[in-house]
Design a protein around this ligand. Sequence first.
Ligand code: PLP
Length: 232
Amino acid sequence: MSTIADNIALVSARIRAAAQASQRDESSIHLLAVSKTKPAAALREAYAAGLRDFGENYLQEALGKQAELGDLPLSWHFIGPIQSNKTRAIAENFAWVHSVDRLKIAQRLSEQRPADLPPLNICIQVNVSGEASKSGCTPADLPALASAISALPRLKLRGLMAIPEPTDDRAAQDAAFAAVRRLNENLRDRLDLPTDTLSMGMSHDLEAAIAQGATWVRIGTALFGARDYGQP
Ligand SMILES: *Cc1c(COP(=O)(O)O)cnc(C)c1O
């Protein structure tokens, strides 16, 4: 059975190869370990093998692991859907939020970000798969949302996040990630927003995402194995 350290080596090699294939500096691509449904012990193992950034989708589960791993200097990223009543705990306990898709949530996160913490890093989740996806703001709504978020005092707008419809077709993967890249360039060029982040690419499509400029790849299965949501 492969260990988490083995898996990290394999994923790192994939990232390196993809960076070389598109003549990108490997150090501009960061690995976010997506640890939803995985026990604190698995994160501790990943930490021992060098990982520092962990992505979680479910608030209560994340808070439990944060308490168990309070002795480690980890950076926590919230990547799941956000309900209004969860914003305070997210603002207090995470360094990044990748899944902001409406202004009301952003306003609450800004108001609730504690004064003694640095501004909360924000990615706007954008829907580039049309009706196939229910989360994410539409490309049409993105410029106004990005402008409004960039004006909020306790947030730092970093860029975009996307979860394209899963497909094994490389050309379709490239097209979806290229659309995200162009939306981000548009924010920079037309609105002068200094976005430096593209959070895109998961276990099955990180190569295509890196080819289109991903700066965070969010990897779960390839690091920790398949998730089991069923009964034990
Ligand atoms: C679960 C999840 C991932 C990781 O997906 P894998 O296919 O297991 O790598 C990445 N991003 C988000 C938003 C997720 O919910």
